[in-house]
Design a protein around this ligand. Structure first.
Ligand code: SF4
Length: 488
């Protein structure tokens, strides 16, 4: 296998399988990658779960080392010394590199476990195990058992639980034995594409995942009316148009039938007006009743429950922010709530939100998420939640609808989320000055607070950061609303 002297890890291999350019960039221009805080937050959760799962094979030694060569040397040394359980043991052979979560002795042979921050298995997990098995097997280890470790479906709280009750193993030894022999050929095929220079030329397309760190780089050069940004464009139709050399909305023949959403974008772009404003926007905005309450919730769905009586993965609604606009162009008041302390934040949240919504003319929110939160509170049997949901349903105005088919700017690139729309419509207003910048960080903060990782001054500072983040969300809606009103 030729990888230009570099070793291919399982994550690099998976990158390459998804898109050879992604592997090419990872190796040649890694500085172009942008890893957002939400991805870092997910990686941090994964690390914590991995460490927790070590309790399944207790008493092992973590392989030390700052560099790959140190970790390889230390793995070999610790195995020679007779360690029966190793965490993060490292192996390299044939240009491939593997670091396994838990390696353990079974008599004269070995087994290993790969820990997943998930409750159900998918193809990627199995491919991971096959890759690791191949490297360990080629390195001369006799592997008797390979297990994927998942978070149990009905997880109890970590505190006071046996580690065996937190995880479930899945034996994938047979599939690893069966399919690992095909790996060298697949790796060679991939490296041939990457080394040929063809990978570098791959154009951004429907294969690009939102989590690819090179999205900004690859999408940066595309025109704002690239076909890739046409919303709800059927994959087959997209490919058929691209195969005909059509890459931009303006090149799509007028008689080509598109989805309603894509047709809307085509019409808006074709009008030449920036931003394009639907003729009925004024009528729709006039239907807003005052006082108008701009509402946003923050939530967490931790894999392991952090509150007694709740299940792992269950939605916890722990915060809201509400800006209240008294009348068109009138005063704006602000109300907020966050609870990082009680075992059930829902009770206090409903109590605090009830007076805010009771006098509302319209409740303005962004997307369908707020309805889901209120439905969750009703499902949890919180007194007063049913009345809140009814009030919400009777007065709900989804602001995202205005940006789905009422206003379009080419810089939206087919999207309508607030994170995309806000910097275009209200330049200068964003989240960059905040400590908590997105929902993922808010969720992490809640879990850290409830798990006792944040205490004292740190906890107080994070509470304040959460309040400012949620406040920014509803303030952004107020500003967007002002812009919308100014357009008609
Ligand atoms: S953005 Fe798309 S084309 Fe670029 S590296 Fe990622 S997957 Fe490949």
């Amino acid at each position: 296998m030729n990888s230009g002297g570099r070793r291919l890890s399982k994550s690099a291999y998976k990158d390459g399988v998804k898109c050879p350019k992604r592997l090419w960039l990872r190796w040649n221009q890694p500085e172009l990658g942008v890893v957002d805080e939400a991805m870092l937050a997910r990686a941090e959760i994964g690390q914590k779960i991995g460490i927790l799962a070590r309790g399944l094979n207790p008493g092992g030694g973590e392989v030390p080392g700052d560099s790959l060569s140190e970790r390889l040397e230390n793995t070999a040394r610790m195995m020679r010394e007779g360690h029966r359980v190793l965490y993060e043991a490292a192996f390299a052979i044939d240009g491939l590199f593997a670091q396994v979560d838990i390696l353990f002795r079974i008599g004269e042979t070995w087994g290993f476990r790969e820990v997943k921050s998930a409750k159900t298995v998918n193809d990627n997990h199995v491919k991971d195990a096959i890759f690791q098995y191949h490297v360990l097997n080629r390195s001369g280890l006799s592997i008797e058992r390979v297990e994927l470790i998942f978070v149990a479906q009905e997880t109890p709280m970590i505190e006071g639980s046996r580690v065996q009750d937190l995880f479930v193993p899945l034996d994938v030894t047979d599939i690893c034995r069966r399919e690992s022999s095909e790996l060298p050929e697949a790796v060679n095929e991939l490296l041939a594409v990457v080394e040929s220079g063809e990978a570098e030329k791959i154009r951004a397309g429907r294969h690009c995942e939102a989590t690819c760190p090179y999205l900004a780089h690859c999408f940066g050069d595309l025109a704002d009316d690239d076909l890739l940004f046409a919303p709800s464009l059927d994959k087959r139709k997209y490919q058929a148009l691209v195969d005909r050399g059509i890459h931009r909305m303006s090149e799509v023949p007028a008689d080509e039938e598109l989805s309603n959403k894509a047709e809307f974008v085509r019409r808006a772009l074709g009008s030449g007006r920036v931003p394009w404003v639907a003729p009925d926007l004024g009528r729709r905005l006039a239907a807003v009743k005052y006082p108008a309450v701009f509402l946003d919730f923050e939530t967490a769905s931790p894999l392991f429950p952090v509150n007694p009586g709740m299940k792992g993965g269950e939605l916890v609604v722990f915060q809201f922010s509400a800006h209240v606009l008294s009348e068109p162009g009138g005063d704006v008041g602000h109300f907020e709530f966050v609870d990082l302390d009680s075992d059930d934040p829902h009770l206090g949240l409903v109590e605090a939100l009830t007076p805010v919504l009771s006098g509302a003319g319209s409740v303005i929110h962004y997307s369908a998420f707020e309805k889901r939160c209120l439905t969750r509170l009703v499902g949890a049997g919180i007194p007063g939640a049913q009345e809140l949901l009814q009030k919400f349903l009777a007065s709900s105005v989804d602001m995202e609808d205005f940006f789905k088919d009422g206003v379009y700017h080419p810089k939206f690139r087919g999207k309508s989320s607030i994170k995309v729309v806000l910097p275009v419509m209200v330049p200068g207003l964003d989240y960059s000055d905040l400590q908590v910048k997105n929902g993922g960080m808010a969720e992490m903060s809640y879990v850290a607070a409830r798990s006792g990782e944040l205490v004292g001054a740190d906890l107080a500072a994070r509470r304040e950061a959460l309040l400012r983040y949620c406040e920014r969300d509803t303030f952004a809606m107020v500003k967007l609303f002002e812009v919308l009103v100014g357009l008609v």
